[in-house]
Write a protein that binds this ligand. Structure first.
Ligand code: DWN
Ligand code: SAH
Ligand code: ZN
Length: 406
């Protein structure tokens, strides 16, 4: 039993993964002994409809000077954020001398578009290593966790904002009321909040349970975002589905009454009712699908091992920490995980300790199978890996179903 992070109703987990390590906690052998574990379990709140973690990890354990995820490792994501920034500029930066704030700005993948256009901007990024990469690109960045107090000091120094942005960060913040209160303080009368995160509807429809890990405390829908907005004098005015990260939703909010509410909001609310996102049975069914996915993936990897096939992981994603630990995927089933991120290379994956190797090791000796942990970047990766496939190599996926892809 725990208490809802949004409305304080008492809630029960519907799915438990057991003990899990820090999803981005890639480590060296001398650190294995002291590795940190917590109980990964998710709950649905029938009152405010927020799906959420029932046990939280302290933010400083996850976001710090050695944060392992660098946003700019995907070319397609850079293009996505260029389009996101263009959309903000065209639709919402209509007043003179606009000011844009982004939280979770990481290495500047989105903010670089505003900095290059000489638009007043501020990135807020607590993980100081990635924040420094952004600064080196000329992006004004503070290395702090965003909350209501920081919002007040930004207003005092820079004035109010025309746009407050966040991608794959709102869902990382369990003290979400402080963030929404900060947004309320920070926005100009016609300012907007636009944020995108993996969409609960996609997680349920695709059984993409690997979106569930320590960093992702909240799993949003139009219903839960509307509830939150309402508590802070804000309003959900538009929703725009995005294909990135396996199915995301961009939520657009403003001060209540500042803009008309789009038909897309009403349509999505109706679709969520149809999908059963308000019913606890839906989450019981999700648990069953997750268990089946785990059993299928494990069975497939055991068969391949029995057949003497070499299997290598592709992309040491945060998501892969949930999959490997939950499905019991150890180095005897997956030889190593190939990843292009220098800070992950030469280390071992959290919990199950699969070696993480630089990408050239994948290319120099292709395995029989590549387990696509970065399935959300499948388009980009399959296009890049034609030589692997021509050499007879095959990609294994597990979302929405376990099987070969490409
Ligand atoms: O929400 C979050 C999202 C935005 O990013 C964070 N909590 C953490 C992180 O999640 P993730 O680690 O699951 O993200 P990605 O984007 O799926 O990670 C891709 C990984 O694969 C990176 O380590 C880079 C690597 N990669 C690669 O080796 N070759 C990626 C591509 C595209 C490639 O071609
Ligand atoms: N926006 C980027 C990065 C997403 S990863 C992208 O979509 O690729 C999540 C980022 O949010 C990390 O860089 C993390 O350090 C940052 N973060 C976590 N909690 C935060 C908070 N309270 N305020 C601002 N940023 C936060
Ligand atoms: Zn609630």
């Amino acid at each position: 039993m725990s208490v809802c992070l949004v409305c304080e109703t008492r809630i029960e987990p519907f799915l438990s993964f057991g003990k899990m390590p820090i999803a981005n906690g890639f480590l060296l052998p001398e650190q294995f002994r002291d590795e940190y574990f917590f109980e990964l379990k998710v709950a649905f709140c029938p009152n405010c409809r927020m799906v959420q973690l029932a046990e939280l990890v302290d933010r400083e354990r996850m976001f710090h000077e050695n944060y392992a995820f660098y946003s700019s490792t995907s070319v397609r994501m850079s293009e996505h954020f260029r389009r996101f920034a263009d959309w903000v500029r065209t639709n919402y930066l209509t007043e003179s001398d606009p000011f844009v704030v982004e939280i979770g700005s990481n290495d500047g993948i989105m903010m670089q578009n505003f900095a290059r256009a000489d638009i007043r901007h501020l990135g807020i990024e607590p993980s100081s290593n990635v924040a420094q990469v952004a600064r080196d690109k000329g992006i004004r960045t503070v290395s702090r966790f965003f909350d209501e107090d920081l919002a007040k000091s930004i207003v005092a120094e820079d004035g109010r904002a025309d746009a407050f942005l966040g991608a794959n960060v709102m869902c990382h913040i369990p003290y979400i009321h402080s963030v929404f209160a900060g947004v309320k303080t920070l926005l100009k009368p016609r300012g907007i909040l636009a944020f995108e995160d993996p969409y609960l509807g996609d997680i349920v429809e695709k059984t993409s349970y690997d979106q569930i890990y320590d960093e992702h405390a909240l799993y949003f829908s139009a219903a839960s975002v509307s509830y939150l907005a309402d508590r802070h004098g804000l309003e959900l005015i538009d929703v725009l589905p995005q294909p990135v990260h396996g199915g995301s939703m961009r939520y657009v909010l403003s001060h209540s009454g500042a803009y008309p509410i789009s038909d897309a909001v009403r349509a999505l609310r109706a679709k969520e009712e149809q999908l059963g996102l308000a019913k606890s049975e839906t989450y019981d069914r999700l648990r069953t699908s997750v268990e089946r996915s785990r059993d299928d993936l494990r069975a497939l990897l055991l068969t391949l091992k029995g057949d003497g096939k070499r299997v290598v992981g592709y992309g040491a994603t945060s998501k892969s920490t949930t999959v490997t630990n939950y499905c019991g995927i150890t180095p005897d089933l997956v030889e190593f995980i190939s990843d292009t991120t220098p800070i992950k290379q030469g280390k071992f994956s959290p919990g199950v300790h699969i070696p993480v190797r630089p990408y050239p090791e994948f290319v120099s000796r292709y395995p029989d199978f590549a387990l696509l942990f970065a399935w959300n970047h499948a388009d980009e990766i399959l296009a890049k890996e034609q030589a692997f496939q021509q050499a007879g190599g095959k990609f294994i996926g597990y979302v929405p179903k376990v099987g070969l892809c490409g």
